[in-house]
Design a protein around this ligand. Structure first.
Ligand code: MTE
Length: 319
């Protein structure tokens, strides 16, 4: 729980107007679409058409994190934070089953040459998809290692053509109380909003993920597209992004609004700066077993290449 227990979400109701079979058929369509678009984006590495229709994405393997021990697919897809589908860790896997992440477009607005939108199919053509294994650290004190599939956010920024006034980017998650039972409850100020400074957004590690473990992104992990910033706490990774807004001022993000004392804009993983309720000096690897000790947390989650972004900044003040 990122929120205090006394603000717990009462159990939510599942929308039941769609039959499971209809959902299954829709899901097959998404897989086909995503697979086909990815295949056309990657000449040479494309999978045959049958593979695309079976739900695989075409992607290039990279060296990122290849020495890491992966968290199981089961844990990655059943222990989630996604408050639009409930505040319990097991709620999103159950409550997001009927969510339909297709068709999907992302609105691009704010300080850009021209406001426009981009479909997932177009997005997948902006850059070859890559698999990157990233360590993910949650502010609650646990961590996972996830083989994401995605493209650098920079590819979308280049396409969006921001103007000189763009100093930050705001990521706004899709919000529809009809299909998201958690979004009917004012447990957070909806829609879910996150943000990055422009140079953080352009950093090559910053990913727009469309898949994991070789498959299109499961709904509970933020289908069809979510942000992944491995040197920051997991809450920066906005799920089901529907709008990307380029702005001049630092965005007021959802967690900053919920509890400014507990959640800062930067949210860089930092063992020296404790959260009021959880130590940040060590973490528990999900799935590592009952007797596995806690792992020491590293500054920037061990992604030292980002240190230059914060040169001269007091990281205790700008937490
Ligand atoms: N995005 C939206 N839209 N809503 C959320 O509640 N939770 C965040 C982040 N993105 C959240 C979200 C938090 S607190 C975390 S730790 C990560 O998603 C969890 O991602 P995962 O479930 O894929 O591990």
């Amino acid at each position: 729980m990122l929120l205090d227990n006394n603000r717990r979400n009462p159990s939510a109701i599942l929308p039941s107007e769609i039959t499971p079979q209809a959902v299954f058929e829709q899901r097959r369509e998404v897989l086909k679409l995503a697979g086909a678009a990815a295949a056309s984006a990657l000449t040479g590495l494309s999978l045959p058409a049958q593979a695309a229709t079976a739900g695989s994405l075409s992607f290039a393997k990279t060296a990122y994190g290849k020495e890491e021990t992966l968290t199981s697919l089961q844990d990655v897809t059943s222990y989630n934070n996604y408050y639009e589908f409930g505040t319990g860790k097991e709620d999103p896997a159950r409550e997001a089953v009927l969510f339909k992440p297709t068709p999907w477009t992302i609105n691009i607005e704010g300080a850009v040459k021209q406001a426009k939108s981009i479909s997932i199919e177009q997005l997948l053509k902006l850059a070859p998809l890559e698999e990157r294994i990233y360590r993910m650290r949650c502010v609650e004190g646990w961590s996972m290692v996830i083989p994401w599939i995605g493209l650098p956010l920079k590819a979308l920024i280049d396409w969006a053509q921001p103007t000189g006034n763009a100093k930050y980017i705001e990521f706004i998650s899709y919000n529809d109380p009809r299909h998201m039972p958690g979004a009917r409850i004012p447990v957070l100020d909806w829609p879910y909003i996150e943000g990055l400074r422009m140079d953080e957004a352009m950093q090559p590690l910053t990913l727009l993920a469309v898949g994991l473990y070789g498959q299109v992104l499961p709904n509970q992990n933020g289908a069809p597209v979510r942000l992944v910033v491995p040197w920051k706490y997991g809450f920066k990774g906005a799920k089901a992004i529907s709008t990307i807004r380029f702005v001049e001022k630092m965005p007021n993000t959802t967690w900053m609004k919920a509890s400014p004392r507990e959640y800062g804009f930067y949210a860089n993983v930092n063992p020296q700066v404790d959260h009021p309720r959880w130590t940040q000096s060590s973490e528990k690897r999900i799935g590592a077993g009952l007797f596995a000790g806690r792992v020491k947390t590293k500054l920037f989650n061990g992604y030292d290449e980002v240190a230059g972004l914060y040169a001269g900044m007091d990281l205790k003040k700008f937490f």
